[in-house]
Design a protein around this ligand. Sequence first.
Ligand SMILES: NC(=O)c1ccc[n+]([C@@H]2O[C@H](COP(=O)([O-])OP(=O)(O)OC[C@H]3O[C@@H](n4cnc5c(N)ncnc54)[C@H](OP(=O)(O)O)[C@@H]3O)[C@@H](O)[C@H]2O)c1
Length: 253
Amino acid sequence: MADPRSLFDLTGKVACITGASSGLGRRAAIALSSAGARVVSVARRADPLQSLSAEIGANAAHVAADVADRANLGALSDAICEPFGSPDILIHAAGVNTRQPADEVTAEGWDQTLALNLSTPFFLSQALVPAMKDKGWGRIVNFASLQTTRAFPGGIAYGASKAGVGQLTRAMAEAWSPFGITANAIGPGFFPTELTQAVFDDAALTDRNAAQTCIGRNGHLEDMDGPLLFLCSQASAYVTGQVLMVDGGFTAK
Ligand SMILES: NC(=O)c1ccc[n+]([C@@H]2O[C@H](COP(=O)([O-])OP(=O)(O)OC[C@H]3O[C@@H](n4cnc5c(N)ncnc54)[C@H](OP(=O)(O)O)[C@@H]3O)[C@@H](O)[C@H]2O)c1
């Protein structure tokens, strides 16, 4: 039997991570590269991608692009495959939360949210899955949310998109797991990032969120490392179609 520690080794794997200029996506790029993967980071802002690649070193490349631009999908896929070949691992961390209350949701806010949070993980996966099928191995990790199953104020578009991500994950597994590709989602609790700055700027709300967890605190970026490595590696070979809540037990009580 192989050393079980090797189950988490990503040497020889290529990972593409969207939303890597910030927050959880950036952390994912660092964690996967530490485990041996070559990483291609994608987001719109070139400067933070450049500094991320510099921090990781020779095993990093980046593509500055709007991943929600469906017309550019072919060129984006080509650019992602250019530095190291087609990805074995695809992490969809790009996301937006407009926080528009239900009565104030605009068509633009709704469409932007659904396009980036729900449609992009599907269409970018659809573009990159054929190469995973050829290899007989692939890992797709979507980003779900507490709002995959819970309603929060100002979260109607975001929650609808993240509930969709839950079902998208199951449907991806149904479609692609027969070809050696697993599809799972991470459901974060509250982690301090650009996305949640408005939440963490409110000390009382931050404390209430921490108190709602079983562990008694909000997330630290490094809390994502183990769950991500599990879902991106051989360790999770028989796990697919699941939403793994990494929320300190927020949804357990
Ligand atoms: N933080 C939390 O507590 C939390 C909780 C639940 C779920 N999540 C989910 O986790 C994922 C990561 O969130 P985060 O907290 O790390 O947020 P974040 O720090 O705001 O990062 C979002 C990332 O998405 C990128 N992005 C946004 N629009 C894009 C576009 N059109 N094309 C390409 N990239 C785009 C941003 O980069 P550019 O601006 O450079 O494009 C940024 O890198 C999201 O799906 C979020 O919904 C987070």
